[in-house]
Ligand binder design. Structure first.
Ligand SMILES: Cc1cc2nc3c(=O)[nH]c(=O)nc-3n(C[C@H](O)[C@H](O)[C@H](O)COP(=O)(O)OP(=O)(O)OC[C@H]3O[C@@H](n4cnc5c(N)ncnc54)[C@H](O)[C@@H]3O)c2cc1C
Length: 596
């Protein structure tokens, strides 16, 4: 058991590829990304087979990494005593307007869900209960927690399970052998070691993709660090798989949420948790306009998009009206924020804002790719294996199954661990490290990853930040970002693809002055590759199914005849050509689907 500290950042950088220190690590199971799902993969793997050597490659520091790093005030899905897993799937289906969604995945996840949340409570997470010991629900499915310590609780269990954690090592690429995944490479972002993790099975759980689009909810947009999502989850997991031909599913169903303006804090805490209504600048209740679709209980994408529609027609700004909240409720709400987004409380204080006198302004977030919220991620089978044998996905990286959130990502971690263990029992032998094809693959990846550093700081090239900002504006303006009220059309998407190809061609001009910039350069290349896939998905769905999450101004209606199905993409690893195609939807859980 080892939780290897990331160490301090070194100022010494290799001057040529021969100076790069390479470390080879052999293991049974590699987990890329020690977040919510990744920690559960490790714990479950040890439970299934304590003799396995499990390694976690974590880009940040496992005790405070990923979506849960700042804490949480709720677990958004936990099945109440009088409800069934099928009921949860029906609710999830309603939240995406009747689907399509992968009901096979959703059902298997739902069956595992409560046990995963119970694990968290057994490990020390305070779940709020009433005087009779019953769990306190904040909405129909979400429960209140004191989750400030949520991430350390999960991470400690992962370390205790015996997993070896390599902190500050960012995954860069998959290692392949005759079409199957046999591990991955990683860059130690503090000391520059290039890691070669050789594994019988690999689970990618690197979270979602943020910072593909320009953010308008955060003041410090230059750094991109004040977005709602964990800023260092940039989609590297998707990019690694996409480059090796793994099939991606439903990336066009982006996650766009209403957030507190200029700070990007969560809004459900106020509007759902404390029933503060969303109002426009005239003081009108915005969701009353959507009464026929469920009003305050309308599907999530409708609630997320409603305030932005008000802006568009001239009735913005919009607010969560906290002015009628009793003082004890305000204190409770601030405590919730201290559990999940502590700096939001400071933000309000720095403005001298008394929320009982001045409502909290809200706005639409930048779009994210998040398979734990919406559906964008790898196409996986019921064992959570992607279309690349040996490569599994869990949490935000696994597509087709929305509304997983904390509990669902944890549950999926367990399912992926079991799938990976079953796979490795049947998998054939691995090539040795000296196998010429394997060794040349490692060399090629090392030179790709280190190329920006090898060009040197004086090279007359492009900095990672310059390329990132170009991409974010391109995606915002042409691929349906916030400034465009999430709308796009065929011509804009074609423009986006053309300019993404230009950026990909300009990878050869990226330069890095130090290891930190080298990490940024690799992140930016990953962002560009994921954006390419996103644009292909947006192009292929020629209808509007989830307005806001996916709005085509040239195809404004839903087209059930042609698009009640999944949109998929795959990039040919040899030619780079991207193919878009569809897969049929299968209804497994009974009930009326198309309510909204
Ligand atoms: C601000 C915020 C508030 C939320 N509030 C709630 C809530 O109240 N209730 C709820 O149920 N859900 C909530 N969610 C959703 C929930 O937290 C996520 O759905 C879930 O935790 C995601 O789990 P994951 O394991 O897929 O990703 P993460 O937990 O984000 O883990 C991804 C991990 O991968 C690592 N990583 C990234 N790139 C690399 C790389 N290249 N190499 C190695 N490692 C890498 C990251 O450092 C991270 O540790 C919230 C999310 C956010 C961002």
């Amino acid at each position: 058991m080892a939780n290897r500290p990331g160490g301090r950042r070194t100022t010494v950088t290799p001057k040529n590829l021969a100076e790069v220190r390479v470390e080879v690590v052999e293991c049974d199971l590699l987990i890329i990304g020690g977040g919510n799902a990744g920690c559960f993969v490790a714990v479950e793997a040890a439970k299934q087979n304590p003799s396995l050597k499990v390694v976690i490659m974590e880009k940040a520091e496992i005790m405070r990494s990923g979506a849960c790093s700042a804490g949480m005030d709720a677990i958004n899905t936990y099945i109440p005593e009088d409800k069934t897993p099928e009921d949860l799937v029906r609710w999830s289906r309603d939240q995406v307007g009747g689907g399509p969604l992968r009901e096979d995945l959703a059902l298997s996840n739902a069956r595992e869900l409560n046990e995963a949340v119970d694990d968290l409570e057994r490990w020390g997470l305070p779940i709020l209960r009433d005087e009779n010991g019953k769990i306190r629900y904040r909405g129909k499915w979400d429960i209140s927690i004191h989750g400030e310590q949520l991430k350390p609780i999960m991470a400690e269990k992962a370390v205790e399970s015996g997993a070896e954690v390599y902190n500050r090592v960012a995954g860069t690429g998959l290692l392949m052998d005759q079409g199957r995944c046999v591990g991955a490479t990683g860059l130690h972002v503090r000391n520059g070691t290039f890691y070669v993790f050789r594994a019988k099975a690999t689970v990618v759980s690197t979270g979602g993709a943020g910072t593909l689009y320009k953010s308008y909810t955060a003041d410090s947009t230059n750094s991109g660090a004040q977005i709602w999502m964990c800023p260092y989850c940039v989609g590297s997991g998707y990019a690694m798989g996409f480059r090796q031909g793994a099939e991606l599913s439903s990336l066009e169903q982006r996650w766009v949420a209403t957030r507190t303006k200029d700070f990007c804090g969560p809004v459900d805490t106020i509007s759902v948790g404390y029933k503060a209504p969303i109002i426009n600048c005239k003081g009108e209740k915005v969701m009353s306009r959507y009464a026929h679709l469920g009003g305050d209980a309308a599907p999530r994408y409708i609630r997320a998009n409603a305030p932005m529609e008000e802006w568009l027609v001239g009735r913005g700004p919009c607010y969560c009206d906290t002015r009628n909240m009793a003082p004890d409720k305000v204190t409770a709400m601030m405590t919730d924020y201290l559990n999940e987004r502590p700096s939001f409380v400071l933000f309000l204080a720095s403005r001298g804002q008394d929320v009982t006198k001045e409502p909290i302004e809200i706005y639409g977030s930048d779009p994210y790719i998040l398979g734990g919220h919406t559906m964008g991620g790898f196409w996986v089978d019921i064992e959570r294996m992607t279309t690349v044998p040996g490569l599994f996905a869990a949490g935000e990286t696994a597509g087709g199954n929305p509304n997983k959130f904390v509990g669902g990502c944890a549950a999926e971690g367990k399912l992926a661990a079991r799938g990976a263990i079953a796979y490795m029992k049947a998998a054939g032998p691995m090539p040795g490290p000296a196998d010429p094809a394997f060794a040349s693959q490692v060399e090629a990846e090392k030179s790709r990853v280190f190329a920006p550093l090898m060009r040197g700081a004086e090279y007359d090239g492009v900095t990672p930040r310059e390329m990132k900002e170009r991409l974010q504006r391109l995606m915002d303006e042409y691929a349906g970002g916030t400034s465009q009220f999430y709308r796009t059309n065929e011509e804009r998407l074609d423009y986006a693809l053309k300019h993404i190809a230009i950026l990909q061609d300009q990878f050869k001009f990226l330069k890095a002055a130090d290891l930190h910039e080298l990490m940024e350069a690799n992140e930016t290349m990953d962002r560009v590759d994921v954006s390419e896939a996103v644009v292909h998905h947006l192009k292929a769905r020629r209808e509007t199914r989830w307005a806001g999450w996916q709005t085509r101004s040239d195809y404004p209606e839903r087209d059930d005849k042609n698009f009640d199905c999944f949109v998929e993409t795959r990039r040919d690893p040899k030619t780079g050509a991207v193919e878009a195609f569809t897969r049929p939807y299968e209804q497994i859980v009974s009930g009326e689907r198309m309510k909204a």
